[in-house]
Design a protein around this ligand. Structure first.
Ligand code: COS
Length: 379
């Protein structure tokens, strides 16, 4: 088994790395402190051609594979976990949903502006009373003439404040449980759609999350994705891919924290020598390296399976579980290496630590990943 990047994959990785180090690093602290999505950074991402990496060229994307795309999220997240996460949600939870489940008209209409980044994508599944238990969803969609009329509230929705297109999951047949859910494409100017509470968060502060309220929200019936009843499966298949993206985000931010810890350990003098000579510090660095390397292999293996067209639910869950747990551990250790300096907001270490925590929660908690893995192993 060989996981060397080929030339094209390496080009994507390097392009994202250069962009992150050149443009993102300059502003990331300021943007995160403001807690507002940076349209300026997004526009630069568009100029770099990074907003539609795995979308086929016929729909205005770059037509690259998932290994390349994952490496882009990883490199961005080394500098800004918010930006890496935003790109993953936009691409995987919106554009790729339309690519996989949309009909020709839907793909022609929605994919080019999403791939170019002119329109930002969102995915509205979670509700106040339906997080892990997707089946307890309350939002409804009723066909009335040529329109579906949607009612309900969606919670913690990434990009709710800025998205042009939402994938919304709602119940079309309450008698059928998860088989009565359907997926819709909803434009942000649909009548009856509005943004509710904007959430104040511990980390990834510049990725805005908000409530989406649908009050008799009318959308054309052509905006149904697939068939009525496909919504749960579409969500699960989408989250399988999304979890690789979050694994890449977690991996990237862990690497960013590790790199900072290594640099500091080699520069910081205590007891007359760099602290990297102290075994206590070496053990922390060794622990970080093992966690990062394990997470990296699992993440790229899941992306490899996605490119190969194989089922990868278990592998994506393992990648997310390992990478997110590692990210929390590695960022905690990276602060420890920095001592008091690591706790201060002058350095990005405390930001990495705060950002890491969400990767154990969104797109399925660590406990959900364990359910998926155990079910797959136990049959
Ligand atoms: N790919 C394809 N099909 C899938 C699938 C997947 N990854 N996961 C489930 N399905 C199918 C099953 O095969 C089953 O189909 P049939 O009824 O035709 O056999 C159906 O979907 C129901 O599956 P299951 O019985 O496993 O569903 P559960 O209600 O038990 O839910 C969990 C399972 C908890 C794993 C699921 O609800 C989940 O992932 N929850 C977390 C949601 C989440 O991540 N939320 C965060 C959102 S942030 S955007």
């Amino acid at each position: 088994m060989d996981f060397e990047f080929d030339e094209a994959q390496l080009n994507w990785k390097n392009k994202a790395k250069e962009f992150a180090e050149r443009d993102v690093a300059l502003v990331v602290d300021e943007v995160e402190k403001k807690g507002k999505f940076s349209m300026e950074l997004w526009e630069k991402l568009m100029e770099e051609g990074l907003t539609g990496v795995p979308i086929p060229t016929e729909y205005g994307g770059a037509g690259a594979d998932h290994i390349s795309y994952v490496s882009v999220i990883e490199e961005l997240s080394k500098v800004s976990a918010s930006l890496g996460g935003s790109l993953s949600v936009h691409t995987t939870l919106c554009a790729q949903v339309i690519l996989k489940f949309g009909n020709d008209e839907q793909k022609q209409k929605y994919l080019p502006p999403l791939a170019k980044g002119e329109v930002i994508g969102a995915f509205a599944l979670t509700e106040p009373n339906a997080g892990t238990d997707v089946g307890s969803m309350e939002s409804t969609a009723v066909l009335e003439g040529d329109d579906y009329v949607l009612n309900g509230r969606k919670y913690f929705i990434t990009h709710a404040t800025i998205a042009g297109v939402f994938i919304v999951i709602a119940i079309t047949d309450p008698e059928k449980g998860t088989k009565g859910m359907s997926a819709f494409i909803v434009e942000n100017d649909a009548p009856g759609l509005k943004v509710g509470k904007i959430f104040d968060k511990m980390g990834i502060r510049s990725t805005e999350h908000a409530e989406v309220i649908m009050e008799n929200c009318k959308i054309p019936k052509e905006n149904l994705l697939g068939n009525e009843g496909d919504g749960f499966k579409i969500s699960m298949i989408t989250l399988d891919s999304g979890r690789i993206g979050i694994a890449a985000q977690a991996l990237g931010l862990a690497e960013g924290a590790r790199d900072a810890a290594v640099k500091y350990a080699n520069e910081r003098i205590q007891f007359g020598k760099p602290i990297s000579r102290l075994q206590a510090i070496q053990w922390m660095i060794a622990e970080m390296e093992v966690k990062i390397t394990s997470a990296k292999w699992l993440t790229y293996h899941a992306a490899f399976l996605e490119d190969a067209g194989e089922r990868f639910s278990k592998e994506a869950a393992m990648a997310k579980l390992a990478a997110s747990t590692s990210a929390v551990d590695v960022t905690r250790l990276a602060i420890q290496v920095h001592g008091g300096y690591g706790y201060m907001t002058d350095l990005p270490l405390e930001r990495y630590y705060r950002d890491a925590k969400i990767t154990e929660i969104y797109e399925g908690t660590s406990e959900v990943q364990k359910m998926v893995i155990a079910r797959s192993v136990l049959g």
